[in-house]
Write a protein that binds this ligand. Sequence first.
Ligand SMILES: *Cc1c(COP(=O)(O)O)cnc(C)c1O
Length: 260
Amino acid sequence: MDKKQISEIINELGEENFSYDPVSVPIYQTSSFLFGSFDELKRAVSSEKDAYLYTRGNNPTCEVVEKKIAALENGEKAKLFASGVAAISASVMSLLKTGDHVVCVRDCYSWSYKLFSRYLSRFGIEVTFIDGVNITDWKNSIRSNTKLFYLESPTTFTFFLQDLTAVSNLAKENKIKTIIDNTWATPIFQNPLQFGIDLVVHSCSKYIGGHSDVVAGVVVGNTKEIEHIFNTELLNIGGILRSFNRLALLRGIRTLSVLM
Ligand SMILES: *Cc1c(COP(=O)(O)O)cnc(C)c1O
């Protein structure tokens, strides 16, 4: 992506539809939204993903940030969460059930490691940790019940890399989903969806927020995958970002490419 495209995304995209043409994106500090008729309300309730109904689901301020991060990652849709860990756990849990097996990079962020090694083991989900550098290790770790490859490239502190194309091709051949934590590279330096990865997660508390004043997370993917997460983990577990933090995040994103 060239600098002009990045600048348009960061400074303009998603900001055109607010009434009164505000220069700064307004905070929509509201729990609920009103409807002109009962039929409109019924429609919104039956498909909350397409409506502004209640702020645990969609909110206009949130959507501006989601559109920008989705575009920076070359993805169709994004969903913000209260933290990177909230985005990671919601994305992971939306794809797994009891009896499934996961292959995960060993040097992933510590709380991602604990999600797999401690938390999900309570629900009968098994995990194999590998350093992830050689594709043969991924291949040899596949079992009949493997449902997810979890990547982080570069990995936390050790900066091991994975071959995103090779891992995503291997996953597709075996009907395995792929999630990558792209926090370290940021969307400025790496767009994993282009290499066939299914879902990209970020801790926005780091480079995307950029100013150490917000804890937030995001997941990006195609519309079907993100709507699935919206309808399952987001609405049920409800780890949404607070309204002031959406604005802090938006302000941070304005200078992301300069920072990187
Ligand atoms: C910080 C971090 C997380 C966790 O994000 P929080 O916003 O702190 O919940 C996940 N992955 C990586 C690589 C991180 O650096």
